[in-house]
Design a protein. Structure first.
Length: 79
């Protein structure tokens, strides 16, 4: 078997066992347990995923306040 196939198989096994979660093709996250409730597993935040996805795809995320100020004409520079 070639290496990419072995890696895909290993990732698939980790997903099936619950060690990691598949967010999107090529993007995985390891869930963490809550301190107060160790049996509850929590994935990474949507904000962290958005930042990572934007970085991978060459996009820039802007804060809503900058976008709102631009659209209202309070700022001339586009965010």
């Amino acid at each position: 078997m070639e290496l990419p196939r072995l890696i895909n198989k290993a990732l698939s096994r980790l997903v099936q066992s619950g060690e990691i979660e598949r967010i999107e093709r090529g993007i995985y996250a390891r869930p963490k347990s809550l301190v107060m409730a160790p049996h509850v597993m929590v994935s990474t935040s949507a904000e962290n995923l958005a930042r990572y996805w934007a970085k991978l795809n060459g996009h820039v995320l802007v804060h809503q306040t900058d976008e709102a100020a631009y659209r209202l004409g309070l700022q001339l520079q586009a965010p």
